[in-house]
Ligand binder design. Structure first.
Ligand SMILES: O=C(O)C(=O)C[C@]1(C(=O)O)C=C[C@@H](O)C=C1
Length: 283
């Protein structure tokens, strides 16, 4: 007696597993082909010499942010967005390594910094652990490292930890805020990356300003003055040491040195410490 067509078509659990795995294998091959093709295009870009001599490293954080934002915007389905970002971070790290790569100096003082650097810049990037943030910055100045990953400044930090107060701009500049993507908005450990040269624009950027305050009227007054000049701060830290008052402000956009809003600020001096792609937060 011939079985009914339905039961003949229904695969047993073993068959189903084999079938799904065969489908996964075929997709892995297709993905791998595309990843290899992508690397060939990056190799052509590198061989063209078009980027030579423009920056200390092949890293273009603004371009990377644009790539990730575009993919996050079209992403759907069950794969977590974090997994998508991690995949591409490794691809981008591989592309940078193909172009000579870069060494990253990370101070041993911040426990999360090594992890943040590894997750953002991927497995191929050599990480060099150094004693302090100051040492990490001098490693970049002296060309021993092309990038320093440093703690995001905090209100009330000790003067020796406040590396941003001593950052030698415009030679060194902040070019990235890590992590670029995090599924939650609150309680995410963060870091800043510093290099020689400036970041390329990503289309949605923020600028870090160091302000020397001659007339210290407190944080609320400074925040209001920034807002009145058209630069409402997203982050504002005050650092008072030995009669000198410095402020660190993060504002929207990628500002140029001659931005008239900087000249309008009631401060003794306003300096750009760098700019970076606005990080993406939330599922
Ligand atoms: O667009 C570039 O400049 C590249 O080098 C390519 C690429 C990429 O793989 O897409 C690699 C590294 C850069 O940080 C940005 C992008």
């Amino acid at each position: 007696m011939t079985p009914p067509p339905d039961s003949a078509a229904a695969p047993g659990p073993e068959n189903l597993l084999a079938e799904l795995r065969a489908e996964i294998d075929a997709l892995d091959s297709a993905l791998h082909d595309l990843v290899m093709r992508r690397a060939e295009v990056v190799a052509r870009l590198a061989a063209s010499g078009i980027k030579a001599g423009r920056q200390a490293s092949p890293l273009r954080p603004g371009r990377e942010a644009m790539i990730l934002r575009r993919l996050l915007a079209r992403h759907h389905g069950p794969l977590p967005r974090l997994a998508l970002v991690r995949l591409w971070r490794e691809i981008l790290a591989g592309s940078s390594a193909m172009q000579g790569g870069f060494t990253i100096a990370v101070p041993a003082t911040g426990g999360e910094l090594l992890r943040l650097a590894r997750e953002h810049f991927g497995s191929p990037a050599p990480l060099r652990s150094v004693e302090t943030a100051t040492r990490a910055l001098s490693a970049v100045t002296e060309g021993e490292a092309q990038l320093a990953v440093l703690p995001l400044p905090e209100e009330g930090e000790a003067p020796d930890l406040a590396w941003w107060t001593r950052l030698e701009v415009p030679r060194l500049q902040v070019v990235a805020r890590l992590p670029f993507y995090a599924p939650k908005a609150e309680g995410v450990p963060e870091a800043l990356a510093v290099t020689q040269g400036r970041a390329d624009p990503s289309g949605a950027d923020r600028t870090l300003l160091r302000l020397e305050i001659a007339d210290d009227r407190g944080r609320a007054a400074l925040s209001a003055a920034l807002a009145a000049a058209g630069l409402p701060p997203r982050l504002l830290l005050l650092h008072r040491v030995g009669g000198v008052v410095l402020a660190l402000a993060e504002v929207e956009g990628m500002l140029a040195e001659d931005d008239p809003r900087l000249a309008a600020l009631p401060v003794a001096r306003a300096q750009i410490l760098g700019a970076y792609a606005a990080p993406e937060r939330g599922e």
